[in-house]
Ligand binder design. Structure first.
Ligand code: UDP
Length: 239
């Protein structure tokens, strides 16, 4: 049943801001539960899932810098925020009957396992959702860049960027009702048309390593499973 089109291993990126719900801050339990249940469907279908969650619902380095904090400290606070989101998501996935491990880019031994590509691949093979937290471990990067980097390291088939919008449009669909969704785009088309998919660091890394990126709506029931099983969902950016 469409098994041939299944992805074997995906990297899902969701923003921290999404977890904050209408307030955009903290973690809204229903949003967390919904995201976890969408992930559980994919896991039950036999697709291996690596997960990067942002930290924007708690702290962002750039915003802290504007408030006067040193950027490096601010970014470290942002990276720690992704670990908090990871702890919440692991808890929820396990409550929903899933297997999950949390791995952090930097050592926090009593809270999280240490990330390595080898340990991550092993945990994925063992059927765990692998939450790769702590960003890249370095300031001045984003969790979009983390998502692409980890997808390459973990040999994922695709980066799936779950957003509020169900793909990449010709114009902002909120402002322009005539905007249409692209089903697919090449990396170079995205650059030429100046479309917003990910920040440039993340985007160029994906292009250089031929890592496809799919933008889809995490809010649409079953969309993640449809995308992971080869159905037309969102916008696929690839070579
Ligand atoms: N961050 C960082 N290095 C990384 C990833 C993240 O310094 O490799 C910090 C940065 O301050 C960022 C914050 O963590 O603002 C939260 O990540 P992001 O803004 O990507 O979260 P999202 O917008 O997806 O919620």
């Amino acid at each position: 049943s469409g098994q041939a089109d299944n992805m074997r291993r995906i990297l899902l990126k969701i923003s921290g801001e999404a977890l904050g719900g209408s307030a955009g801050f903290g973690i809204e339990p229903q949003i967390l539960a919904h995201a976890a249940s969408e992930i559980r469907k994919v896991q039950d279908d036999g697709v291996q899932v690596a997960l990067v969650i942002g930290g924007g619902n708690i702290f962002r380095g750039a915003a802290l810098q504007k408030a006067g904090l040193d950027r490096v400290a601010g970014d470290q606070m942002g990276m720690l925020a992704t670990v908090m989101n990871g702890l919440a998501m692991r808890d929820e996935l396990i409550r929903q009957g899933g297997k999950c491990v949390l791995m952090s880019a930097y050592g926090i031994p009593s809270i999280s396992a240490q990330y390595s590509a080898v340990a991550g691949r092993k945990a994925l093979e063992d059927g765990n959702v692998v939450i790769v937290a702590g960003g890249t471990g370095s300031p001045f990067f984003t969790t979009d860049t983390t998502a692409v980097l980890r997808a390459i390291e973990l040999k994922c088939d695709e980066v799936m960027k779950g957003t509020k919008v169900d793909g990449v449009y010709t114009a902002d669909p909120v402002k322009d009702p005539s905007a249409v969704r692209y089903t697919s785009l090449s990396f170079n088309e995205v650059l030429a048309k100046e479309l917003q998919v990910m920040d440039l660091t993340a985007f160029v890394l994906a292009r250089d390593h031929h890592m496809p990126i799919r933008v889809f709506s995490m809010n649409n029931e079953g969309a993640l499973l449809r995308a992971a099983t080869g159905k037309d969902e969102g916008t696929l950016v690839s070579d």
